[in-house]
Design a protein around this ligand. Structure first.
Ligand code: FUB
Length: 474
């Protein structure tokens, strides 16, 4: 199931505005509140000039212009005038804008252009913009994240980044209406717009919650986690940052990877990995706690739950499975898979009970669930940077195994440009035998092992309980 278009539609409906291409759909403010922070709707949109109505931001040959676009414009023009508003590459408080083919709007030498995300801090900053109220109610201006006194404006119908001038012409040249997208949403797209990976999809109280790694960072150096929730796997709410290593975790600065959330006795436990900024490449595994599934979470121990180097393999990719008898098990590891029953406090365990359960082909991302008394142990094979990253599984009669290997169940689909399908989670729809798998893939079409996106597909079982091969959505 892909839901990018539904995400946008939900946003438009919330705004109470028509969804006709080119019509205004969001914004805020008035002529006297030029410096007020604004918010943008996630998803596909087109940006129309305030003082040249009918002209829209449009990219062509990597440059960005203000061009006329209308219903009779060629399809390519309408595609080029459509951007996807996503989580800011440099900060979740701001936004980035992607072209339909996955490039990012960025400034360079004070010109606006579109480029592939390199993931380094300079690029991410150049490609992040912070919205403020525009000159007319319902319009926005975009300040550069790394040059807050500079705004995106048009001049001679090309887009530039210029220092703010308190003049009528500058205010008009730098104000845009967020309009419904000229090009329809693609048939396939990530379930949440933008770059995310390692999705943990689960349910709490009959609602779906999605906890991904924030992606798009070279070396996966991201520092924070967001949470999303949905009643139906289609319409998603972004709950913002739920844990940020920089202020919230004393022992971790970077490598905020692969969160997993479990619930017990009214509290929510977020298991995560993190590394220190010292240049030390060792990752540790921690646990944070909150009273709500969308945080805010606080570090439960003030130290790692599992220190890197304590066991062989990397201390990453935690996952907690709670069995029908209420017993919770922690699984983790890259290079080796381990499991240990958690104590009822969810933040400690008996080291003597740690078991190695590494199956043949295992690399990382263990995931366990129970269906009708059969335990399914799933994992990812190969490196996340490889297009051959894929999901395999085994079955057993207990959360600790022993396991019978059942082979690969999800892999690339090159005919549709789908590569690197892995680091998944599985969820059962409440009160049903309907299952879904959430996983990441290289963002289509311009992604790679650090530019990944989250998708969700149905997962079905054959009569003998084996998982039918999962066909990745286009
Ligand atoms: O996202 C960072 C790392 O990449 C995860 O921990 C691995 O499972 C791989 O997906």
């Amino acid at each position: 199931m892909h839901a990018g278009s539904a995400f946008v539609l939900a946003t438009l409906v919330c705004a109470g505005l028509p969804v006709v291409a080119g019509d205004t759909v969001a914004g805020g403010g008035d002529t006297h509140s030029m410096a007020t922070a604004a918010t943008l709707p996630s998803g596909a949109a087109s940006l129309e000039s305030v003082n040249y109505p009918g002209r829209f931001l449009r990219h062509q040959d990597q440059g960005v212009r203000l061009d006329p676009v209308g219903t009779s414009s060629p399809q390519q023009t309408r595609l080029d005038a459509t951007f996807v508003i996503v989580n800011g590459l440099a900060s979740p408080d701001c936004y980035s804008l992607q072209t339909r083919d996955g490039l990012f709007l960025r400034h360079r030498d004070w010109q606006l252009r579109v480029d592939t995300n390199t993931g380094d801090a300079a690029f991410r900053s150049d490609a992040t913009f912070c919205p403020i109220d525009g000159v007319v109610a319902g319009t926005i201006a975009l300040a550069a994240y790394n040059y807050p006194t500079h705004r995106v404006r048009h001049r001679d119908f090309t887009l530039r980044l210029d220092a703010y001038q308190d003049t009528e012409i500058f205010r008009a040249d730098s104000s845009f209406r967020i309009a419904a997208p000229w090009a329809p949403s693609p048939p396939a797209g990530p379930v949440i717009p933008g770059l995310f990976a390692d999705p943990h999809l689960t349910t709490f109280g009959g609602r779906y919650y999605l906890y991904p790694t924030t992606d798009g960072y070279a070396g996966w150096s991201t520092t924070y986690y967001k949470a999303f929730s949905s009643p139906d796997l289609v319409n998603w709410t972004d709950h913002g940052v739920i844990l940020d290593h920089e202020p919230d975790v004393s022992w971790a600065d970077n490598s905020a990877w692969a969160p997993a959330v479990a619930h017990r006795d009214g509290r929510y436990y977020l298991y995560f990995s993190g590394g220190a900024a010292s240049g030390d490449t060792v990752k540790h595994l921690g646990v944070a706690v909150a009273d709500s599934p969308v945080g805010p979470f606080r570090d439960a121990l003030g130290r790692p739950l599992i220190r890197g180097g304590q066991y062989s393999g990397q201390a990453i990719d935690p996952m907690v499975f709670t069995d029908d008898d209420g017993r919770a098990y922690l699984y983790w590891g890259q290079g080796a898979a381990r499991v240990v029953p958690l104590n009822p406090d969810m933040v400690s365990f008996d080291p003597a009970q740690v078991r190695v359960i590494t199956p043949s082909g295992y690399n990382e991302a263990p995931f366990v669930f129970n269906r009708g008394g059969t335990y399914y142990f799933m994992w990812s094979e190969n490196d996340t940077r490889s297009e051959d990253y894929r999901v395999a599984y085994a079955t057993g009669r207990s959360p600790l195994g022993p396991w019978t290997n059942r082979g690969v169940v999800l892999q690339k689909r090159l005919a549709d440009g789908i590569r690197g399908t892995g680091h998944h989670s599985v969820v059962r729809a409440p009160d049903s035998d309907t299952w879904h798998i959430a996983y990441h893939r290289f963002a289509v079409p311009a992604g790679d092992g650090t530019n990944r996106e989250v998708v969700i597909d149905p997962m079905e079982f054959a009569a003998d309980g084996t998982i039918r091969p999962i066909v990745p959505s286009r």
